[in-house]
Structure formats: C-alpha cells, structure tokens
Write a protein that binds this ligand. Structure first.
Ligand code: COA
Length: 329
C-alpha cells in the first residue's frame, strides 16, 4: 500500500417521495396537534413513500441523481454502501437491488445498519477505500422508508419520522475537485436498546403472532433520553472537529435532522449562530440514515456550501451510535 490518496465527494443527489403528510393528517390518527408537534420538534410535514415504493426505489432515484451531478457513469461504481434500517427485506442487502437498478454492473456492495449515523459511518468506510487506492468510486446512499416501521397509533414516535434518500459518490479528490474529506469519527455506547429500537423480527424476538400483537415490529423510543444525549453529542462533535481548524473556517454544519429544538439547543451550547446550521426537518421530519445526505443535497442546491469552507456533518441515534464527517467544500 502506497501513500494515501486525497478523497473528495464528486456527486450528491437526493430523492424524497412525492406525498407530504402534514401534521393535520396525524391529528386524525392520534391525539396530537399541529401546534404541539411544531413547538416540540419543528416538524410541519414529512414525506411518505407510496405503498408499492420500497427503500431501494427511493435509493435508486437518489443514486442516479448523485451520479449525474458528478458526471459519473454507473459502470464506474466499484462499491455501493447502503445505509438503512428499513431496507427492502432483512436479506439480501438492499445495495444489491440498487446496484442492479442503476446499472452498476461492476460494483460490490452491502448494507450498513447504524440507524441515524448510517450515512456518516458509510462515508468514512468509503473514504478509507478511496484513500488506500483500493477503489476509485464508492456510492454511499442513506435511505429509509421509516413509514413501514412507524406505529401510527403511537403519538410519541409517529410525528417524528419520514421517508427519503440521499446519495453521495466518493472519488479521489483529483476527480471530485471539491469536498475534500478531512476525517470523521465513529462512537458507540452499547446496551441502550430501550432508548430507540425495533424490538421484534430479529433473532431475540423472531416474528410471531405475539410480536405482531405486541406491536414489537414498530419503532419503540425513550424520547427524553435521546433528547439529552443528542444535544450534548451534537455540540461536542461540532466543537471538537471544527475548533482545531478555527471557527472562521466553518462554512456550514449539516447535522442529522433529529429535532429542531435539539439542533438549536446544541448550537446555543457552543455559541454557534443558526445561520451556520442547515435544517430541513421542517418539511422532511427525521429520515434517519437519509437525513444528512438529504440535507447536504438541499444545502448544495441552495448554494449554501462555500468553496474552501468546512462542512461538518454530525449524526447520532440508536445504539447508541454517533459520529461525524468533516469535509472542506
Ligand atoms: C419526543 C419529544 C418530541 C418529546 O418532547 P418533550 O419536550 O420531551 O415532551 P415533554 O416531555 O415535555 O412532554 C411529554 C408529554 O407529551 C406527550 N406527548 C408525546 N407525544 C405527543 C404528541 N405527538 N402530541 C401530543 N402530546 C404528546 C407525552 O405523552 C407526555 O405526556 P405526559 O406528560 O402526560 O406523560 C422529544 O423528547 C424528542 O424529540 N426526543 C428525541 C426523539 C428523537 O429524535 N428520536 C430519534 C433520535 S435519532
């Protein structure tokens, strides 16, 4: 293995289903109100996939858009990492379907299950493969059809989550000519399943009539614990990754879109003005692994990513697992 190769993000793309589910619709399903949801989470609506639309369908569109944006053909893709907790099925990997659907005839691939930190972890794996020269083109797609695992009888969770996909193509910097990968982190504190999980359908509680009756195939969450953990983690990740470069270097923080109040509290904690933080949770909700690349794509399209400035992308979620990716756009 020779010298490490500089890594960049050559393509970014996203896709969200057409149907927007507004808070008013949830008012008809559970005892909640538009006012409560907006006040506590900042969310006004979220996108919901059609019944016949699977995670791979969302991922296909996002991936094709990212490849087009980077002027890269599907045959060039060496590896597909699909970050998701709501893939098409437990196995085979959703990445295999995505590869076939986009025509990535040479690519290998697999799924990465790290919930809301999925894309951030996948991006770091991609960067290692490019940096070592093993691969020249790695597609990392974060995708979720969370509406398939959300309990629309549980007001504590159903208001939070949405569907979507975001994709990024990692190549040597020489090709990308932007978004140089500077580093990242992957952290974990285990044995916290009760904080955020789908309890049923795995080897601990295999699918049965009982798991269905007990609604164990849906997302279960201990909201308050996530809240406290998320504020501190988001603030620490941004502070420790940006500070060594100097705050003047920071262009934008594109955080996991967990909850607007959490993001605002974290920014306040480190005196970061909200102009430096990109949010789109208002219209997408929390889309777990899709949230960071979906927001990154929007920020890019809105012209908010300044050439030469740092873009910090922190994420955290079930596991608990958290980390960040830092690039110089
Ligand atoms: C879930 C969350 C929005 C709740 O907000 P909160 O400010 O902590 O809510 P509070 O504790 O002040 O209020 C809870 C009360 O609201 C009720 N409540 C919960 N969801 C509600 C809803 N959708 N509508 C109306 N009331 C609701 C609860 O039942 C509880 O009632 P009680 O006090 O009678 O028991 C918040 O904790 C949160 O966002 N946590 C993080 C969750 C998350 O993002 N998870 C994904 C991480 S990747």
């Amino acid at each position: 293995m020779g010298d490490l190769i500089r890594v960049g993000i050559a393509g970014v793309g996203a896709y969200a289903p057409e149907r927007a589910m507004h808070n008013s619709e949830l008012e008809k399903l559970v005892e909640t109100s538009d006012e409560w949801i907006q006040q506590r989470t900042g969310i006004r609506s979220r996108r919901i996939a059609a019944p016949d639309e699977a995670a791979s369908d969302l991922a296909r569109e996002a991936s094709l858009r990212a490849l087009a944006e980077g002027d890269i053909s599907p045959e060039e893709v060496d590896l597909i990492i699909c970050a998701t907790v709501s893939g098409d099925q437990p196995f085979p990997a959703t990445a295999c379907r995505i590869g076939a659907d986009i025509g990535a005839t040479r690519a290998g691939g697999w799924d990465l299950g790290a919930a809301c930190s999925g894309w951030v972890f996948g991006a770091q794996v991609a960067a290692q493969f490019i940096a070592t020269g093993t691969y020249k083109c790695v597609l990392v797609v974060g995708v979720e059809k969370l509406s398939s695992i959300v309990d629309y009888q549980n007001r504590e969770t159903c208001v939070l989550f949405g569907d979507g996909a975001g994709a990024t193509v990692f190549t040597p910097y020489e090709r990308a000519q932007r978004a140089e990968y500077l580093g990242g982190s992957t952290c974990m504190e285990g044995a916290q399943e009760d904080v955020l999980m789908v309890p049923g359908g795995g080897s601990r509680h295999p699918a049965s009539h009982e798991t269905i009756e007990q609604r164990l195939h849906y997302i279960h969450m201990g909201g308050k614990k996530v809240y406290r953990f998320a504020v501190k983690t988001l603030a620490d990740l941004v502070k420790t990754s940006v500070e060594p470069y100097g705050w003047d270097e920071l262009g934008l923080v594109v955080p996991h879109q967990v909850n607007l109040r959490i993001i605002e509290s974290a920014a306040e904690r480190i005196d970061l003005p909200m102009e430096k933080v990109y949010t789109n949770i208002q219209s997408f909700g929390n889309t777990s692994a899709a949230s960071v690349p979906l927001a990154l794509n929007e920020a890019m399209e809105a012209g908010k990513l300044e050439k030469g400035k740092l873009v910090c992308m922190p994420a955290f979620g079930a596991g608990m697992a958290w980390g960040h990716v830092l690039v110089r756009w």
